[in-house]
Structure formats: structure tokens, C-alpha cells
Design a protein around this ligand. Sequence first.
Ligand SMILES: NC(=O)c1ccc[n+]([C@@H]2O[C@H](COP(=O)([O-])OP(=O)(O)OC[C@H]3O[C@@H](n4cnc5c(N)ncnc54)[C@H](OP(=O)(O)O)[C@@H]3O)[C@@H](O)[C@H]2O)c1
Length: 293
Amino acid sequence: MILVTGAGGKTGQAIVGVLAAHKQTVRALVRRREQARPLRSLGAADVVVEDMLSRAGVARAMASVRAVYWIAPNIHPEEGRMGRIAIAAARAAGVRRFVYHSVLHPQTRAMPHHWQKLGVEERLFESGLDFTVLQPAPYMQNVLPYWDTVLSEGAYRVPYGEGAALSLVDLEDVAEAAARVLTGADHEGATYELAGPEALSPSAIARALSRALGRPVEAETVEVSEWVDRARAGGLEEYSVAALSKMFRYYDSFGLSGSPRVLQWLLRRRPTTFGEFLDRARRAGSGAGAPRG
Ligand SMILES: NC(=O)c1ccc[n+]([C@@H]2O[C@H](COP(=O)([O-])OP(=O)(O)OC[C@H]3O[C@@H](n4cnc5c(N)ncnc54)[C@H](OP(=O)(O)O)[C@@H]3O)[C@@H](O)[C@H]2O)c1
């Protein structure tokens, strides 16, 4: 049995689906009961509802588990504490493999949610567990929520400018690589950067959207302060507002790029390009946030 945490989110669902397709028995840990049904339809054999900050809850989830695929909630102020709880529970339960879904460049102190992940990686090195760390770049799927504005206004509006070259990676490639690491041999002690094939600036993303849709799309930079006002009005909590603002400023100055070579080696094929991802997303058609152009 493989335990996947944070399983109700977009990363968790992708990982559970691919592991089930690889005929693995999966237990999914979710926060809310209503997240169970979609995970069962993706192939999870078992779904447990637990708080990742509860020692007792995490210990229950780890019982009879061979490996853990540990996904933390996105931009959580207590990811470090959650990581310590999970590592201690895995050790106590005799779990053999611990694969951590980290992030590209966790060494970046200027981005608090990256820096927290570096701390969890360090705890893993010292844990005595048989671990692997995966460090994915930002997902191509992050572009999908912009789709409606792209269609209605011909604008791809983001709170960073042309300096922000991002090695966007297809979450489906990340999930496939994760399944290979969990089911294959000789990945113990490894740290793998999982980056897409091209570092894309906002205008390169706009050009790809324009090609996929067959209509003009321009990249536009929104002030971070304007994004903050809208995020607060939408109810985003302050830790996330602060962490994301710092991330946008970092992206603007330095981008976030890596090499696709390790992902290519794990997949035994070239990673998906952004153009291929957009074509697939268009073919998939309707659904929340999905392209309909
Ligand atoms: N997005 C990217 O481009 C990217 C790239 C690299 C790495 N990552 C990393 O991937 C991880 C997952 O990101 P994601 O975008 O898939 O996140 P997500 O969609 O927000 O999913 C996280 C899940 O964790 C659940 N959760 C929150 N607090 C919890 C708690 N205390 N106990 C149990 N479950 C809890 C959430 O439940 P609710 O639905 O109830 O909120 C949600 O279902 C993050 O650590 C992120 O840093 C993301």
C-alpha cells in the first residue's frame, strides 16, 4: 500500500490516478470527506480523512503502508511542522520508502514556501528513512485559470514581467515520474529536479496560447499591489498573500528555470512541451478552468 497525502488537491489527484494506472494499491489522505468519492473513481483503494497536523491522525494513516508519497498543502505556514510529524510517523510505523514532493530550487530563501521545503528535505536526510526528493518546476496547469480572460480579452495578465522565464512542467509528466520513482529500484537517497523542456517568459506563453487558439493573445503585467488587493478581496489568507507576492517579485527578477534532462531520463522520453500541453487541454474540452477556445 502506498499512502498519498494532500491527495484531494490537483497534484494528489494526478499522482493517485497514475499510481492506480500502474496497478499500485493506494491509500489517499484527504482533509474533507467529500474529497473521497473523486479519489475512489481515480482508483484509490482506501481514502482516509485526517488533518496532516494531527500526530494521531497521521499515525493512523501510515498503518500497514509500504511507501509514502508526501505532498504538503500548497503554501501552508506549517509545512515544516507537518513534515516533522510525517517523518516521525513513518519511522514509527516502519514505512520503508518516503518520497517527498518538494519544489524546484527550495534553496530560495526569498520565497518562504520554498525555504520551508528545504527544511523538510534536511529532516529527511537525517531521518534514516529510504527517501527520494522530487523538485518539480511550476506546472503548465497553473495557466488554465487564466483561460477565460485569455479568451474574452486576448490578454495573459500576470503579476510579473518578461524577466520571469519559468521552466513550466506538465503535471502529468511529474505524476508519471513519481510513479517510476515509487515503483522502480535504485532511487534511494536521490534528489531529482523535474523541469519542463523550455523556460517560458509571459510573452512566450502568450504566443503559445495565441497559436493554440488561433487568435491574438498579448502578455500584460499587473502590479503586485493590484494582485494583492484582488487576492485579499477574494478571501485569500495573509500567509498566502505574502508568500505569493514574494514569489511574484522573485519570478520578476530571476524567473525559475531548471534542466529537463533528469525528467527525460526518468520518463525515457522527451518531456511534454507547452504547445503539446495546450493541444491536449483543448482536446479535453469542457470542465472548470479547462480551455474551450
Ligand atoms: N502548483 C505548482 O505549480 C507546484 C509546483 C511544484 C510543487 N508544488 C507543491 O505541490 C504541493 C501540492 O500543491 P497543489 O497545488 O496540488 O495543492 P492543492 O491543490 O492546494 O492541494 C493540497 C491539498 O491539501 C489539503 N490540505 C490542506 N490543509 C490540510 C491539512 N491540514 N490536512 C490535510 N490536508 C490538507 C487541501 O485540502 P482543501 O481542499 O480542503 O484545501 C488540498 O486538497 C504543494 O506543496 C506545492 O508547493 C506545486
